[in-house]
Design a protein around this ligand. Structure first.
Ligand SMILES: Cc1cc2nc3c(=O)[nH]c(=O)nc-3n(C[C@H](O)[C@H](O)[C@H](O)COP(=O)(O)OP(=O)(O)OC[C@H]3O[C@@H](n4cnc5c(N)ncnc54)[C@H](O)[C@@H]3O)c2cc1C
Length: 415
């Protein structure tokens, strides 16, 4: 019998590892404790609203190279709507000013010299401040590095940093944000076209992957929680899913693509990131959208950070939202709808049917100290590799980071 790769955890990391391994002829068995795949990136049917929702709004851009490779390998490109242009529209709820950051397609940032493409109230020189990020000390935070007195700080650096790193700027790593800017804005607008799942996250990022894994002979095993691993010398010898041990053959290997706290429980020798930040999402069911379907709007001075429009649903996202998670859901819904109403000229008192979703430990906190705790994919056991957005991907905890970790794990096993 040919060797099996047991992939534990069917979030984006485990799916990416499984797809890559299956595509290269490896026999894959994919397990997840939950009854379905997708982990923190999936859709579900919401009984209250009577429609499918994504567990959170997830924004991908065309320059997310690993995500694009994954979408190609899973034949999922047609399940997305890709925006024709790179544009990041914003509204300042306090001043009522609107602007749209519109980078030009190429690497040379000509757009900085056109006022209508910049943040309102900024000059081209303000953008040079971002260069300080890449030169910052490894221990420096964003607020220590960028000039908070400039208009651009509140209107662009903070919204982008909080969205990408899910960590408040007073705590978040300056260098990591510098890397993100280099990999996205630094490559020009061609890499900044937003991609929206037409139906939902599961239909675009999960189901197509499961289809590829199965078509290549892989097996899917849901409702299987890994309870322990048995180590023997320099290898994992057996897995226990609570129904007796599954002994591994000599050539079998394991990709552990679970969350950091569970990995720590199963392998106490690990010291992964252990500080987390919340994300609050809200969904409002509407008959008619007040703007263009498949679009978003960044907010400054709102309870919500971003508003997303999708046929039938208006959603909001607030990142690094620890200050909000203990608030009453109805109070939050009213505050978030007020932001939407103000942005699109709707009645703040006419709250549609809604759902507020609070993810307390949405991602690990991208602080300089937490980044040092991220482990490499390879472990001291020759047939065990790690994957997950919390491993050392060089990226924050994002879809792109999780997919990268899965590809790295697959490459480590191939090597
Ligand atoms: C609300 C929200 C909004 C977000 N917004 C964005 C965004 O806009 N853009 C972006 O790029 N990223 C976003 N993210 C982050 C992104 O969702 C994650 O980085 C990514 O999905 C993590 O994938 P993963 O595979 O590393 O982990 P997970 O998705 O957590 O997958 C781990 C899997 O392991 C399983 N598991 C755990 N323990 C066991 C066990 N013992 N045995 C078997 N299985 C187990 C779990 O059930 C889970 O399916 C958001 C996250 C949240 C929560």
């Amino acid at each position: 019998m040919s060797a099996t790769v047991h992939v534990i955890g069917a979030g984006m990391a485990g799916l990416a590892a499984s797809v890559r391994l299956a595509q290269t002829g490896r026999k894959v068995a994919l397990y997840d404790a939950a009854g379905q795949a997708g982990g923190r990136c999936r859709s579900y049917f919401d009984e209250t609203l009577g429609c499918r929702l994504d567990n959170g709004n997830h924004l991908l851009v065309s320059g997310n190279t690993a995500a694009m490779a994954y979408i190609a390998e899973t034949n999922a490109a047609a399940t997305f709507v890709t925006a024709d242009i790179a544009a990041f529209p914003f509204l300042d709820l306090k001043s009522q000013e609107r602007w749209s950051v519109r980078p030009t397609e190429g690497r040379v940032p000509w757009w900085l010299f056109v006022a209508g493409r910049r943040v309102a109230g900024t000059s081209a020189l303000d953008y040079l401040d971002a260069l300080k990020l890449t030169r910052a000390a490894a221990t420096a935070t964003i607020s220590q590095t960028l000039d908070a007195r400039r208009v651009i700080y509140e209107r662009l650096w903070v919204p982008l940093a909080v969205a990408a790193l899910n960590t408040e700027v007073e705590q978040a790593s300056a260098r990591l944000l510098g890397m993100i800017f280099a990999e996205t804005f630094g490559r020009g607008g061609a890499g900044l076209h937003p991609l929206y799942p037409k139906e939902g996250l599961s239909e675009s990022l999960v189901d197509p992957a499961l289809a590829v894994i199965q078509a290549k002979g892989g097996s899917l095993r849901f409702g299987q929680r890994l309870r322990s691993l048995r180590f023997e010398g320099e290898r994992v010898a057996a897995l226990d899913f609570g129904r007796g041990e599954l002994a591994l053959d000599a050539e079998d290997s394991v990709v552990l693509a679970i969350t950091a706290p569970v990995a720590k429980d199963l392998i106490p020798a690990l010291d992964p990131p252990d500080a987390f930040r919340a994300i609050v999402n809200s969904h409002f069911k509407v008959e008619t959208l007040p703007g263009q379907a498949y679009s978003f709007l960044g907010l400054v001075n709102g309870t919500a950070d971003w508003i997303f429009l999708k046929p039938g649903v208006i959603s909001t996202t607030t990142s690094a939202a620890d200050r909000l998670v203990d608030r009453d859901a109805e109070v939050l819904a009213a505050a978030l709808w007020k932001d939407i109403a103000q942005a699109y000229g709707l009645d703040p008192a006419k709250l549609p049917a809604h759902r507020v979703v609070k993810e307390k430990r949405a991602t690990f906190a991208c602080t300089p100290a937490q980044l040092l705790r991220r482990p490499k994919a390879r472990t001291r056991w020759r047939n065990l590799v790690l994957a997950g957005d919390w491993t050392d991907t060089g990226w924050p905890a994002t879809i792109e980071g999780a997919i990268r970790s899965g590809f790295t794990a697959a490459a480590a096993l191939a090597a």
